[in-house]
Write a protein that binds this ligand. Structure first.
Ligand SMILES: Cc1cc2nc3c(=O)[nH]c(=O)nc-3n(C[C@H](O)[C@H](O)[C@H](O)COP(=O)(O)OP(=O)(O)OC[C@H]3O[C@@H](n4cnc5c(N)ncnc54)[C@H](O)[C@@H]3O)c2cc1C
Length: 298
């Protein structure tokens, strides 16, 4: 039996047991995390990785849970939430953001300081850690565009710095960060003027509000963009807007999104993902690749 009392003593109110995924994912669906821990700093993360190792308990890191679907069977072990790692510093053209900072804060603050290159990623609702892990992006800009380095802790509790040149990345894909807890990232910018960046930010935020079903829980685009096309266009062309399984629905506003219309089980969302993929394949011959991450047993 893992030494849960020691964990609770160390983290107090920042260690919760048996927490439903609706509390830590934007789909607001899925089973329970056995333990949810929110460390305040790198020291607490190193302690937590040591505790997990010593007690043979699996560790999963989550930011805002905005790109994941948690199985109805739940998640065994510890879910580490980064929300308390929330510092961001700007010094000239250098920005350092901890992993739990909202990505949109990075987009907003860099625009305000006149640092160009990430303003079009405004409105991506995840954390810095999640954005790094996925190379999140929008409207032609990506997290890695301005990245200089990542600081991370490995499962043995060693903290180190990874320069961008040592990381392999592409469209919504990053290799070499598996098994690490990302702690913070440094970004580098040329200097520019704030007004056009802030204007671009408003345009992007307005476009998102107009096109995306932001009134319903979702995890954004379900599938990656296939080469030379858009998943949403193919799904729409296959006549799947509004298709429903249980409480899960292919959004009528944006066919690339599956929304939780209320009380959806993760199994409903997962079945709808599979149905959409197979019908798009049947109608268009295109194999859609999942962008969202399935956690637990499906
Ligand atoms: C309405 C809506 C719109 C969206 N629009 C976009 C968009 O335009 N572009 C886009 O790219 N995405 C979009 N997304 C998806 C999502 O917001 C991004 O993928 C985001 O980067 C995920 O960040 P997160 O903190 O929520 O990550 P999570 O969902 O919490 O985690 C995602 C992955 O990252 C890992 N991870 C998270 N933090 C860490 C860390 N500190 N260390 C190690 N691993 C970590 C997790 O283990 C998991 O594998 C959208 C989602 C929603 C709900």
């Amino acid at each position: 039996m893992p030494d849960y009392p020691a964990l609770k003593t160390r983290f107090g109110e920042n260690c919760l047991f048996d927490v439903p995924a609706e509390r830590f994912t934007t789909y607001r669906a899925g089973g329970r995390a056995e333990v949810l821990v929110s460390p305040a700093d790198a020291g607490e993360i190193v302690w937590l990785t040591g505790w997990c190792r010593a007690n043979s308990v699996p560790l999963l890191v989550l930011g805002r849970g905005s790109n994941v679907l948690v199985s109805d069977r739940g998640l065994p072990g510890v879910v580490l939430l980064t929300e308390r790692l929330s510092k961001i510093e700007v010094s000239g053209g250098a920005v350092i953001a901890q992993a739990g900072v909202l990505w949109d804060e990075v987009a907003r603050i860099t625009a305000e300081y006149g640092l160009p290159g990430l303003e079009k990623t405004s409105g991506v609702p995840g954390s810095v850690g999640g954005a790094l892990r996925m190379n999140a992006g929008a409207y032609g800009q990506e997290t890695f565009d301005r990245l200089a380095y990542i600081e991370a802790a490995d499962a043995e509790g060693r903290i180190f710095r990874l320069p961008k040149k040592d990381i392999s990345y592409g469209y919504r894909r990053v290799r070499g960060l598996e098994g690490l807890v990302l702690l913070s990232a440094g970004f580098e910018f040329a200097s520019g003027e704030a007004p056009p960046l802030l204007k671009e930010r408003s345009v992007v935020l307005a476009s998102r509000a107009a096109k995306q079903p932001l009134d319903f829980p979702s995890a954004g685009s379900v599938f990656k963009r296939p080469p030379g096309d858009y998943a949403s266009r193919l799904i729409d062309a296959a006549g799947l807007k509004g298709l429903k399984i249980g409480g899960a629905e292919v959004s009528s506003k944006h066919a690339g999104f599956i929304v939780n219309t209320g009380g959806a089980a993760a199994a409903d969302i997962y079945s709808l993902m599979c149905e959409v993929r197979s019908r798009v394949k049947e109608k268009t011959g295109v194999d859609l690749e999942l962008e969202q991450i399935l956690l637990g047993d499906f």
